[in-house]
Design a protein around this ligand. Sequence first.
Ligand SMILES: NC(=O)c1ccc[n+]([C@@H]2O[C@H](COP(=O)([O-])OP(=O)(O)OC[C@H]3O[C@@H](n4cnc5c(N)ncnc54)[C@H](OP(=O)(O)O)[C@@H]3O)[C@@H](O)[C@H]2O)c1
Length: 286
Amino acid sequence: MNITTQATKPILVLGATGKTGRRVLARLTARGVPTRAGSRSAQPRFDWEDRSTWASALRDAKSVYISYYPDIAVPGAVETVGSFAELAVTSGVPRLVLLSGRGEAEAEHAEQAVRDSGAELTILRSTWFAQNFSEDYLLEHVLSGEVALPGGDTPEPFVDADDIADVAVAALTDDRHIGQLYELTGPRLLTFAEAVGEIAKATGREVRYLPVSLDEYAAAAAGQGVPAEVVELLTYLFSEVLDGRNSRVADGVRRALGREPRDFAAYARDARASGVWDAPAANGAD
Ligand SMILES: NC(=O)c1ccc[n+]([C@@H]2O[C@H](COP(=O)([O-])OP(=O)(O)OC[C@H]3O[C@@H](n4cnc5c(N)ncnc54)[C@H](OP(=O)(O)O)[C@@H]3O)[C@@H](O)[C@H]2O)c1
């Protein structure tokens, strides 16, 4: 295989329309790096639940950014992600960058399954994304003016998905990151009340944090029509991960990029400027 061929091979970006994947794809494209999007809406289609779609997504790829859906800690993820890594390695695509979760035993099992494939691996073990408040299930809460969560007053070092994408791109384009495990967090610990306070400050909206019990949260989510498996996943995350085990900042962003991670306040300013918090809530609340 000559160097020109290697240079023109695409980097496969899974979860290509998601919070991290679309940022990784945009950064690689801006650098002129050949890419291939991987998701159910991509061509060729990639579906975690349909293994017959995996080989064509991997064909002639140079490396892969793996973000599993819905969550690397759900039952079955270890086997599925491990099988995908094995196929990648046996297909001649051993260079993998895996997005993982911090403080989750199941996520660490998935990391091990990918390691066992013999991949040239970089692991991005990430804490809660700030973008959950603007691009995922917490957006509706912010728009309704009340973020009711079983988050207690446990501090969490929310990380910005832009930092995750910067580290992913560094890892995908520089072999010095092979074998590294980066714990990715923001630069400071914030309780949910403090994080929501930053959003209120940035937006000028009246939005507050309301601590609720796990049972109250699960009942309210089910009542709003959230699917049972999603309620189960969220209550698992709130009970397992938000017990203080992740209440410390880590140095992964600095080790990978040589700079400090972005602060939550900077995230909140940018999200506000994007207009995402301008819309009224879908349920009519404003
Ligand atoms: N959110 C957090 O705070 C947090 C923290 C640590 C780790 N993580 C990890 O982050 C990962 C998720 O990454 P993300 O938040 O960047 O993604 P995301 O925003 O949840 O995006 C989902 C992506 O997956 C694709 N997708 C959905 N179903 C799929 C399927 N069956 N097969 C293939 N692709 C599918 C979607 O595109 P299509 O609809 O086109 O298929 C979309 O591109 C999870 O593994 C989670 O454990 C999250």
